[in-house]
Design a binder for this molecule. Sequence first.
Ligand SMILES: [Zn+2]
Length: 370
Amino acid sequence: MPIDRCNKLLPLLEKADAERSVFAVQYMGHREIPLYKFVLASDWEFFHNDILRNGVNTVCEVIRENRPCHLYLDMDAHGKTREEVLQSWECLRPLFEKALRQKVKDDKIDIIILDSSSDSKGSLHIILKCSSHIFTNNVHCGAFVNLIGEVASGSLESKSAFEYVDLAVYSKNRMMRMWGSTKVGQDRFLKWEGVDFNFNTWKSTRICPTHSTLTKIELQDKYFQSEQKLSFVASWAPPFMNAIVDYLTRVLHDQFGTGSIHEIICVVPETLTYTVNTDIKTCLIADKTHKTNHMYFVVHIMRGTYRYSCRSSGCQWKNRQARLKEIENKNNRRQEAVRIDKVTQVTRFPKEIQKNIDEWLNVPLSAKPV
Ligand SMILES: [Zn+2]
């Protein structure tokens, strides 16, 4: 089995199958910006080649969208100790076991607790594996965890324990750090107490299935939260805006390995120009991570294009020009200008989205709710 490598996630996800899955490896990019590269490999090859031989220790597994996965939890508590978070988990554990038991009957339920707590933060990854069942996908995991949250709100103790459960980790193609790995540039490795690090134990911590004979656990539709998480500040957006948001979210994931879009604002209604705000602070224009400013996309529906931009005033066009002038060496100035132009260039949406736009633009004008 060959190992494929790519700095984009999607091309590898398309090739992933029962034998090979996608791992994300974080590395320190230019000027201390953490970025991801992606690896498509079998568990055996990835473990022996990348982890053991090359010492790669900044690995996440990619929980593929719409693919089965085991139940996982991320519990984080700033200002709390590892013991306090563990205690919260012990308080919630019976609720999880009881609810799981209803779905999986006589299955053996293994619970793996991985720990990356520091002095200032308690942080656990908990993976619950049933011997003959698996969740349909991570959206079902999220719905299940939400349900437990409702049960937990029945008592003060479990309610406050549940507050440490991060509900944002069930997003599309989510990356979850793996046992033995840390964020790049940090020294906070995810540990599994008392367990030898070898291929079999490592494989046993995978959230993605490692064999395909498991029955799927599905939750009924009524337990799902509404898909609509975006707040449209503009009162109206075209019907295919969700497809655009999905696409731009994938662009973020390819670029930064993470990121979501939380707001869409119509800035020029006449030309259907929107700003699409993200939660990404890493900036490719300034080549650094901003403290408060986020990057965003400018979307031109009429032109079928988008471009990358940044809220930081220094990254706005006019100020960029001023900053460029400060670079004394002519060659360096030109190089920097080319680099920034490349980052901020206007890009066409792919054909599927353009088709949506075309079809919609061709509906009679009177039918357009603009
Ligand atoms: Zn910026």
